[in-house]
Design a protein around this ligand. Structure first.
Ligand SMILES: *Cc1c(COP(=O)(O)O)cnc(C)c1O
Length: 403
């Protein structure tokens, strides 16, 4: 993997912030966009911008073909059995809400839903709403101090009443890779469906939904070198048939009259209205780009960055890392002594380094550690050890100023 060459693909990496070269370590919030994806977006609006699936004219057909090609690219990337099992959405949050809303007609009072303690807010709130609506009960898989799930407790939580299990593949706050194979297998023993939130895993891991035997898998393009406002809901055909449509509108109907409307088949049943056409096509281009680098190469290189960053950070007095499991992606969440994470983040920004500070949409994890938040540095395949070294120097400067 030639990182210098890869960096040339990202125009934003050439910019400066407060007169310093940008060091972008907020990849867990959103990834940067390579030129080939930017070109795809410009090409769409310059040459074949049209609405899809309805026009007989050339532009509409070109746009439709490219959009459906992108769906097939996504299908192949995730190894879904059928292209119609890939629903294009506006992103992970939208996808999760679609499943939650669909299950409201399948659940009854006393049914149980299990979520993990490591969830993003977008993975907690929809289930609370679903429980309020249906009388179902929410159960939580607790976490350990090192940031992993208490799997023995999970095995005791699952029973005949369990209808749904939700877990992220990788925690955005700590980087923990969760044992989703084990979670899925256990849930299936009791006939429960499993939804895996892959938003944080997909930039580092290429999931195989058939091998996992997962019922639903969701992700966002913008964490995968694609644009914002587009993502996917993979659902097994049998589940997508069972769930009612999410929204009414154009595209999702077969016939409409005031007496009765019949719904379109998959995937259109779940794709009401004009979708993010350009975004979908650019999502396909982003997957092509990442696959051209190769997910094995990405994982190996990012692990090197993670080990280097971790060992250098731990040399700083009073620095504590949250999330210390062996299985983790290149995310380092930490605090230094009692210094507020926001203050360190603000100084790092003045020095050109972009990190995230706060609760990372995972307040229950922060409550667990009894801290207001952390500083989170998250690396991507276009980052370098030199950047990490500059970041460490900047961090030491910030700590000195604030102590
Ligand atoms: C980013 C993220 C989300 C939310 O994704 P959106 O693109 O904002 O919908 C959900 N879960 C995890 C684990 C994430 O990292």
């Amino acid at each position: 993997m030639n990182v210098d060459k890869i960096r040339e693909d990202f125009p934003i990496l050439k910019r400066t912030v407060h007169g310093k070269p940008l060091i972008y370590f907020d990849n867990a919030a959103t990834s940067q966009t390579p030129q080939i994806v930017i070109d795809t977006i410009v090409d769409y609006y310059s040459n074949y911008n049209a609405n899809i699936h309805r026009g007989v004219h050339t532009l509409s057909q070109e746009a439709t073909d490219k959009y459906e090609e992108a769906r097939i690219k996504i299908q192949h990337h995730f190894n879904a059995k059928n292209a119609f099992e890939i629903i294009l959405t506006s992103g992970t949050t939208h996808s999760i809400n679609m499943v939650a809303s669909g299950f409201s007609s399948l659940l009854k009072k006393g049914d149980e839903i299990i979520v993990s303690a490591l969830e993003h807010h977008s993975n907690i709130v929809p289930w609370q709403m679903l429980c309020e609506k249906t009388g179902a009960i929410l159960k939580v898989i607790p976490m350990n101090l090192e940031g992993s799930l208490q799997m023995d407790v999970y095995h005791n939580l699952v029973n005949e009443k369990t209808k749904l299990v939700f877990c992220n593949h990788v925690s955005n706050a700590l980087g923990t890779v969760n044992p989703i194979e084990e979670i899925i297998e256990k849930a299936h023993q009791f006939g429960a469906a499993v939804l895996i939130d892959g938003a944080q895993a997909t930039p580092h891991i290429k999931p195989d939904v058939q091998a996992l035997d997962v019922d639903f898998y969701v992700a966002s393009a913008h964490k995968l070198c694609g644009p914002t406002g587009v993502g996917l809901l993979y659902g097994k055909e049998e589940w997508l048939q069972k769930l009612p449509p999410y929204q009414g509108g154009g595209e999702m109907i077969a016939t409409v009259s005031f007496e009765k409307t019949t719904y379109a088949g998959l995937p259109h049943k779940f794709e009401a209205g004009t979708p993010n056409i350009c975004g979908g096509i650019a999502f396909g281009a982003a997957l092509d780009y990442m696959n051209s680098i190769g997910f094995d190469n990405i994982a190996t290189y990012e692990e090197e960055l993670l080990h280097y960053g971790t060992s250098e950070l731990l040399k700083i007095e009073g620095l504590k890392i949250y999330g210390t499991t062996a299985e983790k992606t290149a995310v380092i969440s930490f605090n230094v002594g009692k210094i507020h994470p926001y203050d360190i983040g603000a100084i790092l920004d003045k020095l050109g380094v972009a990190v995230r500070t706060g609760h990372h949409c995972a307040q229950p994890i922060m409550d667990f550690y009894k801290i207001p938040g952390t500083i989170r540095a998250s690396f991507s395949f276009y980052n370098t050890k030199e950047e990490i070294a500059i970041f460490i120097t900047a961090l030491k400067k910030a700590v000195l100023m604030l102590s």
